[in-house]
Ligand binder design. Structure first.
Ligand SMILES: *Cc1c(COP(=O)(O)O)cnc(C)c1O
Length: 457
């Protein structure tokens, strides 16, 4: 093969790393509906969040500022792996025979192997300076627990993680990694909390769910003065911390010569944080008339909160302890099938993304897991990175778009986030390669059961 000189990675110097997070809210044509107190159904004030979060994060949650400075101590940790590379997927493009140009922003270079440390680090930092001693949290696939355990180790905080039972049983290496960073891990539902003991009474709850694990972690934070809770997705401040991804990608796309910006941005959505992190800075440019990308969320067919859920006030957890948030939801009681992309098994979608979706500023599709793993395998065998199961959904959508370009002959510019690597998810690849993976059809009756649990507000 002839030697070719072509650029694969578009990188930035540490000195070029953005120093502010971007808040989309002031740029939207209407503000998102407020969170409501779970008891009174009145708009929740900062004091309602105070048992769970430090005031700096609460103020970010409701901020109207367009840009928020990233503290120096956080920038210093970010520089350990940021700026992350943007790759041009030359070899995947060649394998697909497409005229499309595919770019992926790779967040798997972080210490936890995903985008999650982008918010774990500032959350640990703001809790530390507020005098908090310990953080509690939930983890599904184990990515968020790993990220928070890492961040707590750096800022000398204790960390206690409730891991969804099914994933605790299937993913011993994620648990061990969390413990290596110094955090304590419990199988959820656990005997350690009142809600956990309640859920354990019904055997159907034994595999656990993110909603149940959140209830347990929230209970411990709410009932202990020097303990706070940290959430890895969904909330406004989490989405905002992730915008460092999109801000860097904007600079890198320009550096790659893509001055018109991408034609299509696709990203996987569980709670929506990596998708928002990549796309919101581009949405800002779109709203300002500087570029016109189609922005498309991709969710698993087995947990399709945007495409099959309703837009309503619902709880963030299964026990109904969190404030009510207006979001696309399958019902806080919805128990998703144990699909391999554990990080996408959440019943709701970030309220801010839900609002953006309602405003018609983005699209959403769902894709079943077999098509996703096929794309993941093709990606691994061309680009050399084994993707986490979650971003295989984004890759499957990118492949669809690239094959469409092949038919029309258009040089579509596609941008996606490869938000994590799959080094701890090889059992899922094993199942796929052995032909043991299946696409679950969810019956209308099961959706109806979940939707019936949404409170009337
Ligand atoms: C947690 C996680 C997700 C899902 O969360 P979002 O908030 O939707 O980004 C997706 N991919 C990976 C690798 C994750 O760790």
């Amino acid at each position: 093969m002839d030697e070719q000189v072509r650029q694969h990675k578009i990188t930035l110097e540490e000195s070029e790393m953005p120093t502010t997070w971007y808040n989309l809210v002031p740029d939207l044509p209407s503000p998102p509906p407020p969170a409501l107190h779970p008891g009174t159904h009145e708009p929740a004030g900062p004091e309602d969040f105070a048992p769970l979060f430090p005031m700096d994060l609460i103020m970010q949650e409701v901020s109207q500022e367009r840009y928020i400075d990233i503290p120096g101590a956080v920038l210093d940790v970010y520089r350990q792996w940021r700026p992350t590379p943007l790759f041009r997927a030359h070899r995947l493009e060649a394998a697909l025979g497409t005229p499309a140009r595919i770019y992926y922003k790779y967040e798997g270079v972080s210490p936890a192997g995903s985008h999650k440390p982008n918010t774990a680090v500032p959350q640990a930092y703001y809790n530390k300076i507020a005098g908090v001693k310990k953080l509690t949290t939930e983890t599904g696939a184990g990515q968020w627990g790993t990220a928070l355990a890492f961040a707590c180790a750096l800022f000398d905080l204790e960390c206690e993680v409730w891991q969804v039972g099914a994933s605790y049983d299937q993913k011993p290496y994620r648990r061990l990694m969390i413990e290596t960073f110094g955090a304590q891990v419990h199988r959820s539902p656990s005997e350690l909390t009142a809600v956990g003991r309640e859920f354990l009474k019904d055997p159907k709850n034994l595999p656990g769910s993110l909603g149940i694990a959140i209830s347990e972690a929230v209970e411990v934070a709410a009932t202990n003065d020097d303990v706070r809770y940290a959430l890895g997705s969904v909330l406004n401040h989490v989405l905002m911390h992730q915008t460092i991804i999109g801000e860097e990608a904007l600079l890198q796309m320009a550096k790659a010569g893509e001055t018109a910006g991408p034609d299509v941005i696709v990203g996987c959505t569980g709670g929506g944080s990596n998708f928002a992190g990549l796309s919101f800075p581009f949405l800002r440019e779109k709203l300002a008339g500087n570029m016109s990308p189609i922005i498309r969320a991709v969710e698993p067919a087995s947990c399709p909160s945007l495409t099959k859920g309703v837009y309503a006030y619902d709880f963030g957890d299964t026990a109904g302890m969190t404030p009510l948030m207006k979001m696309h939801t399958l019902g806080h009681d919805f128990m998703p099938d144990p699909i391999h992309a554990g990080g996408l098994r959440y019943h709701g979608m970030a309220p801010l993304i839900s609002h953006v979706y309602e405003l018609g500023l983005m699209e959403a599709i769902s894709i079943p897991q077999i098509e996703c793993f096929a794309a993941g395998l093709q990606f691994a065998r061309t680009e050399g990175i084994v993707p986490a199961p979650e971003p295989t959904h984004a890759l499957a959508a990118a492949v669809r778009e690239a094959l469409k370009a092949k038919e029309t002959g258009e040089e579509t510019v596609i941008l996606t986030a490869l938000c994590g690597h799959g080094h701890f998810d090889l059992a899922a690849y094993e199942a796929y390669m052995a032909g043991l993976m299946s696409d679950e059809e969810i019956s209308d009756a099961r959706f109806a059961e979940g939707l019936a649990t949404i409170p009337s507000v």
